[in-house]
Design a protein around this ligand. Sequence first.
Ligand code: ADP
Length: 262
Amino acid sequence: MPEEEDLNFISFAAHELRGPITVIRGYLDIINEEFAGRLQGDERQLLDRLVVSSNRLSSYIDNILNVARYDRHHLKVYLLEDTVANIYASIADDMQLRASTQHRMLSINIPDDLPTVAADHGSIGEVIGNLIDNAIKYSFEGGSVTVSAEQKGDFVEVSVADNGIGMPANVVDNLFHKFYRSHRSREAVAGTGIGLYICKAFVESHGGSIIARSRENEGSVFSFTLPIYATVKDKLLEDGQLNNQLIRKGGGWIKNHAMYKG
Ligand code: ADP
């Protein structure tokens, strides 16, 4: 289990990695565009794997930087009126590629007509991305991953379900702690143990909550809620565009100075 000082060093290193990985992703995009349609079977597969690996590396770096920001009280969210379908659309291609290169079936069931939510587009994209990434990591080839969304009272609930390794109840209780990884996953899969910690921080900074339901050897469902925009609009305005009134369980200090900043 890493110590706090390790995280400081790692976040410093992650910061330095941000530049090169952005350059690599940029050139991969260009190669993809230039050679689209001209690549043979193996070449296409190799390029897809390169894209997936560089995107995953980039997500890990984002997680590390966000944890460091959160712990130093520098994490910001900009809550805007948005839809879950629209947020998912911006990560859809990346997620499909991640799933297909790892031989998982990814199904999306997000109705277009759900009410709008108050959400920080990028942060919620990262939350969904982390949950899908885990669903892929902790399942088997040929497995299925399903993303769905539905209205639950004043909230929209987003769920990511898999039919993977699952977890016993004692693991579920610890999932959202920083650096926590189950014994089983530590042996089987590489990881950092900060993905769910940052997911919880982001979701709670929106006034939502995140839970996991799981059965060992059967699979898991991670669900989080976001407040329906119309139900929180007045609160946010009253609060001088701060999200203080929305935060119930979180640290209470995730900054939001620009609810309507585009
Ligand atoms: P990481 O995946 O890097 O270990 P996370 O914080 O994302 O870190 O997850 C913490 C732990 O929760 C994982 O190590 C694993 O034990 C467990 N876990 C998360 N998602 C799933 C899942 N979909 N199925 C089974 N176990 C999971």
